[in-house]
Write a protein that binds this ligand. Structure first.
Ligand SMILES: [Zn+2]
Length: 451
């Protein structure tokens, strides 16, 4: 397959290497200037998308939707907007395949990004500034506006090269992933429209890799947000007595801390990956009744209530009943006047790995063909919209093509290097080509009738 800036004599040379040649021949002080013309346009479109502020708590999706529609139009993709929840559009683009009977593929990304602390950033988080090393700084540069735009750029190139997919390709841009996906992916996954799309495989976000190996995720840990509450007698700050709310809560925190350390030790020792251990982190503490005075406050009261909140992540391989038992018996036992509630509790999904095998094999081959290397499939340590599809039995693979990149999602100074970004487009070209041409094991790979 020939790309839009390949020539006959270059067709066997990876475009990335050609780009590097340009890069080293013409790099002076400003890296952007040295980019080949097509790459400059590609980077400029990426930066345009990054500059649209879709940060929580009040993401405005309409400029993002307009931008995606305009891109779809220039590429020649069908587009529609589904509004399951008011002002939260789900954008669906379609590239029809030559065989509509074969299950389709869907390339998913979320339009929203997490909030920023402006003053902690070296460059304004919605300027998409490029530094001299070619790093593009912006909220969403890794999570995951890069992936959404890479899908489109890869499709643009494939279309320009004359490639025709056998399977239909859908590209979905969804809202609200960062606040749980209930108004976006969950609604889409359970919709009649989605049934009609006859999807066989979904690609969604993964994580950057700090080395040269790309990472793929076939499952993820489930978030449990647990609040434990202790009660006890109130009393004077000077009095020693048993069973105060603070004492009861402290015993629980000590127990959680021991458990956390044991899990963390396995990770530190390299015995398990991050996606394979149960993580627990205390995220809030609420207790105490300081009495304000005109000059400050006095602290002579022991409170009758004390609360703590924990973010717990459960790998799909863990029996959730055992965790429940631990919470009931050790972290919030009624014998210590404690209660607990879940603010959020997602069911861990252990996917049917057989359904993934052909897709993971295709992914590995496609990445290799584009001169990349794929590591063994992992469990994503955090959660993503893929859950809603896996719950329905659909294979969903998390994959964000970023190598040699520090993991900066939700962090200050999130960035992605433009060379990595361009390389990712070639990786997706190869993947889309492989996935949409693959029909041999369609029945095994996409048993949609079992859902
Ligand atoms: Zn994300």
């Amino acid at each position: 397959m020939e790309g839009i800036y390949g020539t006959c004599s270059f067709s066997s040379v990876p475009r990335f290497l050609i780009f590097l040649l340009f890069f080293f021949l013409f790099t002076s002080t400003v890296v952007v200037v040295s980019l080949p013309e097509d790459s400059s346009a590609i980077i400029s479109r990426f930066r345009q998308y990054l500059r649209i502020n879709t940060a929580h708590p009040n993401p405005d999706y309409s400029p993002a939707a307009d931008f995606i529609f305009s891109q779809a139009k220039t590429i020649g993709l069908e587009s529609q907007s589904l509004e399951f929840v008011k002002s939260k559009p789900v954008i669906l683009l379609k590239w029809p395949g030559t065989n509509p009977d074969v299950p389709s593929i869907i390339l998913n990304s979320h339009m929203d990004v997490v909030a920023v602390e402006n003053n902690k950033w070296s460059y304004p988080p919605f300027d998409a500034h490029i530094d001299e090393a070619g790093n593009i700084y912006a909220r969403g540069s890794q999570d995951m506006k890069c992936v959404g735009m890479q899908y489109l750029e890869a499709i643009r190139r494939l279309k320009n090269s004359g490639f025709q997919p056998v399977r239909t390709v859908y590209v979905s841009f969804v809202p609200d992933e960062e606040i749980g996906g209930r108004g976006g992916a969950e609604k889409l996954a359970e919709s009649e429209e989605f049934q009609k799309m006859n999807v066989g495989i979904l690609l969604d976000e993964g994580l950057a890799s700090t080395n040269e190996t790309y990472r793929a995720f076939f499952a993820e840990r489930s978030p449990w947000w647990l609040v434990i509450k202790a009660t006890g007698s109130a009393g004077h700050g000077s009095k020693l007595y048993d069973n105060s709310a603070m004492e009861n809560l402290m015993k629980s925190i000590e127990s959680v801390t021991r458990f956390r350390a044991a899990q963390f030790d396995m990770l530190k020792a390299g015995l398990k990956e991050a996606g394979e251990i149960i993580s627990v982190n205390m995220v809030f503490l609420k207790a105490g009744t300081p009495s304000p005075t005109p000059t400050g406050f006095v602290m002579n009261m022991q409170p009758s209530e004390a609360e703590a909140g924990f973010d717990i992540r459960i790998p799909p391989t863990v029996d959730e009943k055992l965790v429940e038992k631990r919470i009931e018996e050790e972290w919030a036992p009624s014998s210590r006047n404690m209660t607990f509630e879940f603010i959020r509790r997602k069911v861990p999904v252990l996917p049917d790995t057989d359904g993934y095998k052909p897709w993971l094999a295709l992914l590995e081959g496609a990445v290799k063909k584009a001169n990349g290397k794929l590591g063994r499939p992992e469990v994503l340590p955090l959660s993503s919209d893929s859950t809603y599809y896996r719950l329905r039995g659909l294979p969903a693979i998390g994959f964000s093509p970023m190598t040699n990149t520090p993991i900066l999602l939700h962090d200050h100074n999130e960035f992605l290097n433009q060379v990595e970004y361009l390389k990712g487009i070639e990786i997706y070209e190869s993947i889309i080509e492989a996935y949409t041409s693959y029909t041999e094991h369609t029945r095994n790979a996409a048993s949609t009738d079992e859902f």
